[in-house]
Design a protein around this ligand. Sequence first.
Ligand code: SF4
Ligand code: SF4
Length: 231
Amino acid sequence: MDIKSIIYPVAALSSMGLLFGILLAFASKIFAVDSDERLPRVLEALPGANCGGCGYAGCSNYASEVVSGNAKVNKCPVGGMKTARKIAEIMGVAADEQIRYVAHVYCRGGNNTKIKYKYKGIEDCISASKLSGGPSECDYGCLGYGTCVGECQFGALSVKDGVAVVDREKCTACKKCTAICPRHIIALVPYLSGVQVGCMSQDKGAATKSICGIGCVGCRICEKKCPAGAI
Ligand code: SF4
Ligand code: SF4
């Protein structure tokens, strides 16, 4: 065998390998993207719930927006002010005070509400609401099948006596329950807001009274009697 027929191809391949190696080394320098060393630190300071309560697509996306200067440091409802302060320190900015919000269910009806029919389908509020609007006589009240409960990753929701109830201490205001409820009866309210009405029926008072033993009938007694004139 001619030795040259081996040496030449090997030499050619080695030269090409060397050339491409040098080109790749140059390209990696030219097209290198500077990564901000604050990004992993901000990410680590976040609780990692990935709930979207900050308004961004998960913790990673929020961290990027903070480091880019597009998002405030106090947007994580799960971490609260403790997390906001940590991120503020990393970013070298001040952490504005954050108003704490919690979920509130605008219904106390549950087992106090009459039913139209006995629902025997899947134990899920969305499914139940698709069958003639749901088994409850009230078109505005909680259906009580706990679809919101399954959505809350913080264990802040439960169904008691046929109606969803929020544990205010566990709620992180991530808003997942507000989005899933087919009756749209969960909303965020300030933690310090105190008294909240537990009904959002739009029916006339007499109609509400006839189907729910606990619904607001719009009698305005609370408005007249409140000593602080706060209603
Ligand atoms: S609050 Fe909404 S999602 Fe939760 S149990 Fe009631 S109807 Fe279902
Ligand atoms: S109750 Fe609602 S807002 Fe509060 S933590 Fe659970 S899903 Fe999030």
